[in-house]
Write a protein that binds this ligand. Sequence first.
Ligand code: RAM
Length: 909
Amino acid sequence: MKTRGCMRVLLVMVLAAACSAAIRPERLRCEHLENPSGIDVAQPRLSWIVTSDERAQKQSGYRILVASSAEKLKKNQGDLWDSGRVPSDQTVLIPYGGKPLASAAPCWWKVKVWDGAGDASAWSAPARWSMGLLHDGDWKGAWIGLDHELDKPKDTDTKVYRPSPYLRKEFTVDKPVRRAVLYATALGIHELRLNGRRVGDDYFMPGWTDYKKRLYYQTCDVTDMLNTKGRNALGAILSDGWYAGNISILGQGFYGWHLRFRGQLNIEYADGSHQVVATDPSWTAAFGPILESDMQAGETYDARLEMPGWDRPGFDAAQWRPVAVTEKVDVPLQAYPSATTRIFKEIPPKSITTPAADTYVLDMGTNFAGWARLKVRGNAGDKVRLRFAERLNPDGTIYTENLRSARATDTYICKGGGLEEWQPQFTFHGFQYVEVTGYPGRLEPDAVIGVEITAAVDVAGSFACSSEQANALYRNICQTQRANFIEIPTDCPQRDERMGWTGDAQIYVRTATYNADVAAFIAKYMVDVEDGQYPDGGFPCMAPRPHDGVSPAWADAGVICPWTIYRVYGDRRIIERHYDAMTRWLDYCRTHSKDLIRPADGFGDWLSINADTPKDVLSTAYFARSTSLMAEMAAAVGKTADAEKYRRQFADIKQAFNKAFVAPDGRIKGSTQTVYVLALAFDLLDEPAAQKAADHLAADIRSRDGHLSTGFVGTKDLMPALTGSGRLDVAYRLFNNDTFPSWGFSIRHGATSIWERWNGWTPDEGFGDPKMNSFAHYSFGAVAEWMFKTIGGIDLLDPGYKRIAIRPAPGGGLDWANAAYDSIRGRIASNWKINEGTLTMDVHIPANTTAEVYVPTSAPDTIKESNRPARQAKGVTFLRNEKGAAVFELASGDYRFTADDPVIVESAR
Ligand code: RAM
């Protein structure tokens, strides 16, 4: 016993000596995703974070191993790639540099790192990715489906809902399997079944693209689902989805009408042999219980028509029909590159009322996207109808006018004979309330459970402070982001729209990055945006683009979103990928302007309130903005001549802007809050014009008794512009307001999400214009960017948070705020509180990064870090005193600063 104990101690010591680094590699990712399956870029990029328990830790080198199997990796055999020890502090997006990766190749990888002292860490836990089908010839299957006699009528106004086709195929496996991977795609959306089980957790695959340009496929490892001793059954169910179903206000069948499925199961046996089970004419098909399924209209399910066992071997498919076969669909197939839609959580109802006979209304307590799961005991043929709404009418019935033509109704027809449980498969709704009619018997609280869905992105941010209103606002923002990050960033999840509006996306993208890791999600969307670019260089108003038009501030998403992803995640490839498209957009702006002034076109400052921002001012300001971002991106990818060209162009536009719009007294044409905000935020004014603009902006807010008048575009930069021009007091005033119009107003009136319009509902007028009155639009939620940067104080100095800014601005009556952000290099935290005249700041800076921390005090000599004078503390270097703050450079680690006489900004009156 004793000897064994000694041996163990010895072993631990030996191991510790072998891997004594003060840093550890964790959270391995490939192409921004954890363990992605189906990657079809030749050189996938690998990232990790390094963590440490000690201050001032750096990575001085790394070694990556990539192996073709888990076993090889375990034995430290990097048969695909052994990078060797690379002296480097890089941890983000390192391109794979090993042997060419074959179609479908499984890749297992791990990394070890060396710290600043040159000591090596242990190997990280293993991670993996798998390659997709890289060549057309890898695809063996035909496109199959089952057409219905209810073909699309010529008159497009008549809606037609058809039953969902079920497709099946049996096959035999009779020897040990090493690996089985299912590849699948569809014109329409699909659910995959294997041996009686659903394959994977993803919904609405293969997602939404411009189906004329590209179609994605899903990749699932199903090795564990196969029966290796005999018969197996593979199945798919199809639905209209975005391909043939209702999208936007354009109705049905925009891309096509005939649903098709293409799939193949690649089985690799332990003995090295292969088998492919692909879609072909030998599959059979039938219509089943899903009578109707449409993303906007909802689903109708007749349980009496279920076909028990259809997705298992041995099912009697004698009545099933041969499939319809399309040999060729002329569109490139690519691996799904984004975060799929998945279930996020279940939400039980908070209360149930009965505003009318046979009518239950369930309040789910929050406005989210998803569906309701139903439990019912009824007789065969009993029909339970579920309708969804965001708000209630004064009489307690559901308010559905704002859904416009979206029917948003699910119907379940009972089969009878016991407890039945059901949820739809191919639809979702945006709702807080569910109306249930036709329910047999009494509806118990557990009969309906809300199921919230969203893109499977990792939550990255957290924010809390001493104001309950601010915390509710933050909750509502996150809730609304989740409700709209479904396949693409949509404007709203409820009415007959749900489109990838580019303006909304660019306004919100920076906030989105604080809340979640959206790198892959937005990168996919940018492909949609470029796919929608017009031949003349104009970027579309929506993407995927089923709608015409080019609008400033909307089209500029084509530049602003890639720039934001580059800044936040250090991703240069997104710049390279869209470089030409972005320059074409800037050419478009130049050629569609006169003396660099853009025409008064587009949506303007959409949904502003009691203000009319001139569209030429807005358009020209955005032209300048995109130009300056382009200069930065050109420099980032080494195109120095372009960078210089765009820098000069920015200076020229700025001059033209001033000449055309700015009067000597600093007034800008239109004199709305938004014109001043844009001019300040986009650096279009020199002094003294900038100071005058800030004064005009503050005066306008004061003249409205401290209220904003900005729409989507102005609100995005309102708080940063005020903060940047020294009017934080006014920013806090707007933030704290709960009178109309303000963020707080909606919260005071029970909002659980961000409203599309400031006047979505008012006590005097009730609901706003029902033609456009969503209660889940994220644009006004872009204020969270300011909450993180200014209240919490977390921002980046260098792309990808290699250098971080911690610059909280206490004020507005807040006593404390805690903000944290999981950056691509690890967790950043900034917590501050003010107690009896003392400021305490707890800061965490991830290993291998540095930060500039601003300690806001008018008594810099009182600043301590962990109870000693700050200048003496390890990892802390004093830099300068600046505008009411002492600025220090911090190495990585945990710090506690305290200071007397904190600088606190009161809200303006
Ligand atoms: C509305 C959308 C969107 C907005 C456009 C201009 O219909 O909801 O939010 O960007 O119009």
